[in-house]
Design a protein around this ligand. Structure first.
Ligand SMILES: [Zn+2]
Length: 59
């Protein structure tokens, strides 16, 4: 049984649009992006920071 999931969108300052199907997914996606594209920034962010920047997208 799947609970309704909230989609998230996070526009990275570098221009990449990251999307996730839920909190865990957007956090995972964002950290993967940070480690790949902005390794010097990855250590400065925590889950709460990612979720603070992410925007809930309806649907
Ligand atoms: Zn980026």
């Amino acid at each position: 049984m799947a609970e309704p999931q909230v989609g998230y969108v996070l526009d990275c300052p570098c221009g990449s649009r990251l999307t996730g199907d839920g909190e865990d997914d957007i956090v995972e996606t964002a950290f993967a992006h940070l480690r790949e594209k902005h390794p010097d920034m990855a250590d400065h962010y925590e889950r709460a920071d990612i979720l603070a920047m992410a925007i809930r997208s309806p649907g």
